[in-house]
Design a protein around this ligand. Structure first.
Ligand code: ADP
Ligand code: G6P
Length: 539
């Protein structure tokens, strides 16, 4: 920088966060103009004005940030990535595992998680050296911590209270105890790898960041929330709201899928913790001791290359051939979800029913296949949902099956191996992703990737209440609460010319390919390491 010895540090959005210091900076690039009106942090001195406009390129002054990318990772998540299935070890269900599994195969370290009650867990992930650290839970802990606080309190609360959250004090006590157990196991894993980054995931473990911080002041800690953060009014219902927020603020970085969730979180911090000396400044939360907790928006994704490979794999082609006969001559609509009340499966079925009611010719020329992976069936709402879904399917088939013809609605209640799933994605003319609310939704990214890899012209009908809708505006967006409107959106999607569908698929597939899960991990780990370096520097 000509003519001045000043060094400046910009936040990623271009805000000047500090000045007059030498920094550990690796990827910021900034443009400084004479007299440029840059917001300054209150307690830092104003830098001397710069005479001429300059482009400033910072290069790394410490290797620790870039090293962050190669450092071991101790991931802490409720579930380990594998569980015992009928045919041996298989992947655990859900988007968190889908996203994190490929990552952990490229980073050394450990994965701390609940063993799901299965014994004889393999010591490492099959395709990598990552050590699996199983946490055993008692029957009472499973009931109170997992089914209770995690899935009947936090899950509905964070999903905009779409089902009524239940607040039970014994569940909260159990949540605290189990979080302490996870933190202990994580600390033991970190003791073995002193240079590791601790990376805590999701709503089951929101107290863990602070539990680690209280014992390792200098530990780089990141937290990623895989679900939405609701409006501050809804979060404020939680009787233990301050404790949960304080738990999260043990991290150096708290990350979300969308700007909306991140904004909601920052507003919750300001509202619930403002009186305890906590201040929200831009995108950071400043604690009374001066420590800054950064927040970022980082939409998660899939391993697009791996899914494209599944799509074109000869094994998948054989499966497609085997399945094609079943749906030949019919337009295939597909739904793929965990059987969860957030996914809008009942509204989807209602829309299909309206579609068939309005268009009698579709009763023999259209098939809708719902693949539902069993989920949390010890929670009352999930059992009731299964009953409702199965009753609705029976109702539609009872009403609209034409004698001599196949039923219009098909249903698989099970998990499928990835290549089998890819075969269904390849065959489907349209995928219906209609959650009432969904943090991200990876199923739609998988479908787009498979369709594009096989040169298909499938169409994606996507709820505007998913994190994915922010990234994939080329989809046919829909409001699943309006079931009649949804049925018309499906009709509209099916009528779209093939050329328009291909264009939309190409744009969406390109976004997914260039924003895949590997990029997400690299960015997240670098950001966590950088935030810790920054905190250390300013202490
Ligand atoms: P969530 O995280 O709420 O379960 P996502 O859409 O983000 O929702 O992720 C779901 C993951 O689970 C995807 O990777 C998807 O392929 C997988 N999945 C969903 N249903 C099935 C199924 N029936 N069989 C196998 N995998 C499934
Ligand atoms: C969602 C959650 C994950 C969870 C997954 C499966 O993706 O964000 O944390 O693991 O659902 O749910 P389960 O309760 O079976 O782990």
């Amino acid at each position: 920088m000509s003519g001045t010895p000043t060094a400046v540090l910009f936040d990623v959005d271009g805000t000047l966060v500090d000045s007059n210091y030498l920094h550990t900076v690796c990827w910021w690039e900034a443009f400084i103009q004479a007299g440029h009106d840059v917001p300054l942090p209150r307690e830092h001195p104003v830098p001397p004005p710069v005479a001429e406009p300059h482009t400033v390129r910072f290069t790394p002054m410490s290797t620790s940030v870039t090293d962050g990318l190669n450092r071991p990772v101790v991931a802490v998540a409720n579930r380990l990535p594998v569980q015992r299935g009928d045919d041996g070890w298989e992947l655990s269900p859900g988007g968190l595992v889908t996203a994190l599994r490929p990552v952990m195969s490229t980073h050394p370290g450990a994965w701390v998680g609940w063993d799901g009650g299965t014994k004889g867990m393999p010591p490492t992930l099959p395709d990598s050296g990552v050590r699996l650290v199983p946490v055993g839970l008692s029957a009472v802990q499973i009931r109170n911590y997992y089914h209770g606080f995690a899935n009947a309190t936090m899950w509905p609360l964070l999903h905009n209270a779409i089902e009524k959250p239940r607040f039970e004090r014994p569940w909260w006590y159990s949540y605290r105890d189990v979080n302490a157990i996870f933190a202990d196991r994580a600390l033991a894993a970190l003791d073995e790898r002193p240079d590791a980054i601790a990376w805590v995931h999701d709503y089951h473990l929101m107290l863990v960041p602070q539990l680690i911080r209280s014992r390792r002041a200098d530990q780089p800690i990141g937290f990623f929330l895989h679900v939405p953060w609701p409006s501050p009014d809804i979060f404020a219902r939680l009787p233990w709201r301050e404790q949960v927020l304080t738990g999260l603020l043990g991290a150096d970085l708290v990350a979300f899928h969308t700007d909306r969730y991140r904004g909601n979180f920052l507003r919750s911090c300001a509202r619930q913790l403002g009186d305890s000396g906590i201040e929200v400044r831009d995108s950071s939360v400043i604690l009374p001791d001066g420590r800054a907790v950064a927040t970022v928006t980082a939409p998660i994704s899939i391993d697009a290359a791996e899914f494209a490979e599944h799509a074109t794999d000869p094994g998948t082609s054989a499966r497609i051939e085997a399945l094609a006969g079943q749906f030949s001559g019919r337009t295939l609509l597909l739904g793929v979800d965990r059987l969860d009340y957030t996914k809008g499966i009942v509204e989807r079925l209602q829309a299909v029913e309206l579609l068939l009611e309005r268009n009698p010719e579709l009763r023999t020329s259209l098939a809708f296949l719902q693949i539902a992976v069993p989920s949390r069936d010890d929670v009352r709402e999930y059992r009731q949902l299964r009953d409702t879904v199965e009753r609705r399917i029976g109702r539609i088939n009872g009403l609209f099956t034409e004698p001599g013809n196949d039923v219009p609605v098909h249903y698989l209640y099970r998990g499928l191996p990835p290549r089998q799933l890819a075969a269904y994605y390849a065959l489907a003319d349209a995928l219906l992703v209609t959650p009432l609310i969904d943090g991200m939704n990876l199923v739609c990214k998988e479908y787009v990737t498979v369709q594009q890899a096989r040169g298909g012209s499938g169409v994606l009908v996507l709820s505007e209440f998913t994190g994915a809708a922010v990234e994939l505006p080329q989809a046919v967006l829909c409001n699943p609460f309006d079931v009649e409107g949804l049925s018309y959106r499906i009709e509209h999607a099916l009528r779209q010319p093939a050329e328009d569908r291909r264009k939309a698929l190409a744009a969406m597939a390109e976004h997914i390919r260039t924003h895949d899960v590997h990029r997400w991990v690299t960015d997240q780990l670098a950001e966590i390491a950088a935030r810790r370096d920054h905190a250390r520097f300013f202490r």
